[in-house]
Design a protein around this ligand. Sequence first.
Ligand SMILES: C[S@@+](CC[C@H](N)C(=O)[O-])C[C@H]1O[C@@H](n2cnc3c(N)ncnc32)[C@H](O)[C@@H]1O
Length: 254
Amino acid sequence: MNDFYDELAPLYHLIYPDWNASIRQQGDSLSRLIEAEWPGHRKVLDVSCGIGTQTLALAGLGYAVTASDLSANEIERARHEARLRGLDIDFSVGDMRKAHEQHGTGFDIVMSCDNSMPHLQTDDDLLAAFRQMTACLRPGGGCVVSVRDYAKEERGTNLVKHYGARVENGKRHVLFQVWDFTGEHYDLGFFFVTEDLSTHKVDTRVMRSRYYAVSTTRLCELMREAGLENVRRIEGTFFQPVLVGTRPSQPSQL
Ligand SMILES: C[S@@+](CC[C@H](N)C(=O)[O-])C[C@H]1O[C@@H](n2cnc3c(N)ncnc32)[C@H](O)[C@@H]1O
């Protein structure tokens, strides 16, 4: 999995037709959601920031952002992108299953966006991550998770997902994924077919990973088990379903 994102780091923005526009849109959506759910909460921890899509967005809107990710190459690129934009963000490499050990507590918001959680392969790992994320929050703080809605995804093998073509620096990149399900897990090949537009020489790269097609219902159950309250799925505010939960203000009486 680590190799997947380490290799993807220089190309990751190509997933989006216009990464900067997506940064702005995602930042506006997340900021509206945070203001609606937890008004005034500004101190954010992103535990799977990647190259920084949501982290750069929220930092650009004035949030105080701390961000980590398992992939060292993505963190290096995220640091570079923050420097380009004049943003001061505390980046580090880390596993979300150890988020509290790494970052401590006191955050207003902890987030993991764009389908990062399903990289964890078991319910035990997901629960461990949610427990650590919850411990990072101050009482009353909010957890924000966005994921793909796997209830809407076909199961099978040889499933091709097209991302389109992007032209950049004299090269055309055609992107697609191929999914092969085994039970509720699937192996994914992410293909980048790159054509040099002056020589027409073609080069193909494929990066491989494995996902757990966990349902949003199961994720909500695990968030509750991790100690979050008022857990629910929110539709229509972000490009993916968003799961939210709040760390109780008072310690549980259980
Ligand atoms: C689809 S990317 C999303 C990245 C970022 N949120 C964005 O939208 O640009 C998923 C990210 O999850 C990270 N990831 C996967 N497993 C992780 C773990 N156990 N701890 C921290 N990050 C992890 C990957 O390295 C990758 O950057």
